[in-house]
Design a protein around this ligand. Sequence first.
Ligand code: HMG
Ligand code: MG
Length: 304
Amino acid sequence: MSPALPRSVRLVEVGPRDGLQNEARPVSLDAKRQLLEQLAQAGLRYLEAGSFVHPERVPQMADSDTLLRDLRRHPGVTYAALTPNQRGFERALAAGVDEVAVFAAASETFSQKNINCSIDDSLARFEPLMHSAREANLPVRGYISCVLGCPYTGRVAPEQVLALTHQLLDLGCREVSLGDTIGVGTPGDTARLLDVLLAEIPPERLAVHMHDTYGQALANIYVALTHGISVVDSAVAGLGGCPFAPGAAGNVATEDVVYMLNGLGIEHGVDLEALVHAGDTICRTLGRDNASRVARALLSRADS
Ligand code: HMG
Ligand code: MG
């Protein structure tokens, strides 16, 4: 018997944030606006558009205030941004975001390198932010980095991820996105992690966020689907990486996820052709290769 799969999946498009944060060359506001516009036109309903972190630590995101404030918004699309602390939240609120995301790590060393504090201190920094978000009626998403491995210390125990997931949900996060930041996890690792988490946490509260460094991301997502998880983060053209996770490749490409969901008969609301166009446009603008296998296949067919 084939495993039970969700009828529909909600795609969280992180390309404009996770994708662009790692680009070596400056990306213009116009290019960011065009990307967001084309992604919305392709049918994506959740766009992580920017990040309110320290501008010197992630220069590519320094213009998130302007980008979000002046953005032409599509009705029904959630425009979200990362906020590491109260200062970031205030900037996000002023820019008019629809949702914010806090981000913690399941590895102490990564937490220090990424957000300059311990895991416990990061949770303490989130508390006033969560309070302000409740007052402003803004939902908060939670991320956990390094759920399948840390670039500095290696293996991460599923129990550590479980404890942190509980803490983020208890703080008031709507859902927790499980980040394989360096894309090392295999389907076996993903299944073992999810078996531990789902013994205590309903699948509706979890999302997966797979980077594709070792080419395992789609297989890991398939495992997550068979475990009842129906929220998948991805980045158009497979853009991305984390500036504080050396060697990490981009997120799984949205085009590749959409193609797989089509084959599985799972609804997602995205027009693949329009999505491929969005990915092709940003890759040309950035002068970089398209990391989506599906986009490359479809674009080479169109060329011939
Ligand atoms: P910090 O130095 O510990 O902050 O940085 P602080 O509270 O000590 O403040 C120091 C100075 O920074 C102060 O300025 C603050 O005002 C300022 P001063 O008084 O000295 O002039 N400051 C800020 N300025 C603007 N916006 C802010 C802000 N906060 C403080 N929000 C901080 C802590 C987190 C801000 C810093 O370490 C930082 O920006 N880190 C970057 C983290 C980041 O963006 N990482 C990449 C995204 S996470 C990721 O990619 C993983 C994910 O995709 C999931 C996965 O794949 O695993 C989500
Ligand atoms: Mg990421």
